[in-house]
Design a protein around this ligand. Structure first.
Ligand code: XUL
Ligand code: CO
Length: 437
C-alpha cells in the first residue's frame, strides 16, 4: 500500500532540473570538505508536523487529511502514520525521525493505557526500522498540550502534575532508548509564566532542574548514552519562557550542574523570536561547547509568532552551515520542525516542502564551505584582532598585566589611534560574490 504513489524515490538531478520531485543541490554522496553531504546533513522528519498536523489554526480546522485511510484516534491510525512516515522518509532519503510520545499514539484517560499503546506502537516502529537505515534522532515528551500542563510541567504549582511529567519523561526515555535515539529533548513548552503576582520564579526553576536531574539519572541507568538537549524559545505559549535563548539556557544548565549531560537544540524560528539571528544562537551554543542539534525551520520576520516554515532563505542556511562547519559538525542532526502552509494542503506539498528544505541546507553547506575555502572572512577577522598578537595586547591575552599597568600604558600613549574599519559593506559583498558565483 502506497500513500504517496505520485512520486518514486526523489533523486538528485542537478541545479538545472525542472522536475518538482528532484533535488537540485542535495546530492547525498557528494563530498564537501572531506565528508559526504549526507553525513554533514543528518536530516530528520518531525513526526508531529508531518504525520499529525492538519493545518488547524485559531480561526479554523485542519485543511489536510492525515487519516491515511484509518480512523483518527485509533491504533490502526497510529500504525498507518508509521507506514506513511516510513514511505515518506524512504522516498526522500531521510535517515532520522523525531517524536513526542503523544505524536505516536492517541493519549488515553489513564496513563497506564497510554503507555501500553506506546509499547505496541514502538514494537511496530522497531519492526519497520529493520531492513532500513532509518533511525531515531531524538525523542521527547509532550508536556504542554494536555490541560494538566496549563501551568507548566516541571514548573507546575501542582506536585501531582509534576509526577505526571516525570512519568511521561520516563516513558519517553524508554522509547528513545528502545528506538536507538541519539538525543532526548526538553522544549519547555509551558515552562514559564505570565505574571509575578502568582508565580515563584526561583521555586519553579529549581523544580525544573530537579526534574532534569532525575531524567539524566534515569536515562543513564537504562543505558542512554546520547545527549540531553534544551531547546530554547523566548515566548509562545508562555509570555516569559524560562529557556529564553541559548545564553539563558546555558546559564541555567551551569547553575544547576546539568551542563555535562546537556547540549542545546537550536531552532531558527525560536532564535529570531528572541530578537537574535539564527546564527547568533548557534554561535553562543558553539563557543560554549553546547551546539548539539538543530530544529531546521524559518520564521516570518513580519510576524511575531512561531510560523515554523520550511527553510528557504539560503543566506540563513549558509550562515547556519558556516557555524556548524566551524563547530566541527553536530552530535545531533537537522530536524525539520516545520510545517507546510495551511493552504498547501496536499501530500505533494509535503514533498515539495522537504525538497525545498533539504536543498536550501545543501546549498547552504556548499556555500559555507566556499566561504571557508575562500578565507577572506577568516583572515579579515584574524587581522581585526591582531593588536592582541604582540606587545601590550599579547600581555592582556596572557593575563600578564594589571589594571594599573594598562593605565600607565594609556597615560604614556596619551591618545590611541582609532581601531581599524569594520568593513562590513565590503564583507557583505564578499559573501554575495561567493553566494552568487
Ligand atoms: C515548539 C517546538 C517543539 C519542540 C519539541 O515551538 O519547537 O515542537 O521542537 O517539543
Ligand atoms: Co522545535
Amino acid at each position: 500500500m502506497s500513500y504517496f504513489d505520485f512520486v518514486e524515490k526523489v533523486k538528485y538531478e542537478g541545479p538545472d532540473t525542472k522536475n518538482p520531485f528532484a533535488f537540485r543541490y542535495y546530492d547525498p554522496d557528494r563530498v564537501i570538505l572531506g565528508k559526504k553531504m549526507s553525513e554533514h546533513l543528518p536530516f530528520a522528519m518531525a513526526w508531529w508536523h508531518n504525520l499529525c498536523a492538519t493545518g488547524t489554526d485559531m480561526f479554523g480546522p485542519g485543511t489536510t487529511d492525515k487519516s491515511f485511510g484509518a480512523v483518527p484516534g485509533t491504533m490502526e491510525h497510529a500504525k498507518a502514520k508509521v507506514d506513511a512516515g516510513f514511505e515518506f522518509m524512504q522516498k526522500l532519503g531521510i535517515k532520522y525521525f523525531c517524536f513526542h510520545d503523544v505524536d505516536l499514539v492517541p493519549e488515553a484517560d489513564d496513563i497506564n493505557e497510554t503507555n501500553r499503546r506506546l509499547d505496541e506502537i514502538s514494537d511496530y516502529i522497531l519492526e519497520k526500522m529493520k531492513g532500513t537505515d532509518i533511525k531515531c534522532l531524538w525523542g521527547t515528551a509532550n508536556l504542554f498540550s494536555n490541560p494538566r500542563y496549563m501551568n507548566g510541567a516541571g514548573s507546575s504549582n501542582s506536585a501531582d502534575v509534576f509526577c505526571f511529567a516525570a512519568a511521561q519523561i520516563k516513558k519517553a526515555l524508554d522509547l528513545t532508548v528502545k528506538l536507538g535515539g541519539k538525543g532526548y529533548v526538553f522544549w519547555g513548552g509551558r515552562e514559564g509564566y505570565e505574571s509575578l503576582l502568582n508565580t515563584d520564579v526561583k521555586f519553579e526553576l529549581e523544580n525544573i532542574a530537579t526534574l532534569m536531574h532525575m531524567a539524566v539519572e534515569y536515562g543513564r541507568k537504562i543505558g542512554f548514552k546520547g545527549d540531553f538537549y534544551i531547546e530554547p524559545k523566548p515566548k509562545e505559549p508562555m509570555k516569559h519562557q524560562y529557556d529564553f535563548d541559548a545564553a539563558t539556557a546555558i546559564a541555567f544548565l551551569r547553575q544547576y550542574g546539568l551542563d555535562k549531560d546537556f547540549k542545546l537544540n537550536i531552532e531558527a524560528n525560536h532564535a529570531t523570536l528572541a530578537g537574535h539571528t539564527f546564527q547568533h544562537d548557534l554561535r553562543i551554543a558553539a563557543i560554549n561547547g553546547m551546539l548539539g542539534s538543530i530544529d531546521a525551520n524559518e520564521g516570518d520576520l513580519f510576524l511575531g509568532w512561531d510560523t515554523d516554515e520550511f527553510p528557504y532563505n539560503v543566506y540563513e542556511t549558509t550562515m547556519c552551515m558556516y557555524e556548524v562547519l566551524k563547530a566541527g559538525g553536530l552530535t545531533g542532526g537537522f530536524n525539520f520542525d516545520a510545517k507546510t502552509r495551511r493552504s498547501s494542503y496536499t501530500f505533494e506539498d509535503m514533498f515539495h516542502a522537504f525538497i525545498l528544505g533539504m536543498d536550501a541546507f545543501a546549498l547552504g553547506l556548499i556555500k559555507a564551505a566556499a566561504i571557508i575555502e575562500d578565507g577572506t572572512i577568516d583572515s579579515f577577522i584574524k587581522e581585526r584582532y591582531s593588536s592582541y598578537e604582540t606587545g601590550i595586547g599579547k600581555k592582556i591575552r596572557n593575563r600578564e598585566v594589571t589594571l594599573e599597568e594598562l593605565a600607565a600604558y594609556a597615560a604614556e600613549l596619551k591618545k590611541p589611534e582609532l581601531p581599524g574599519s569594520g568593513r562590513l559593506e565590503y564583507l557583505r559583498s564578499v559573501i554575495n560574490r561567493i553566494l552568487f558565483s
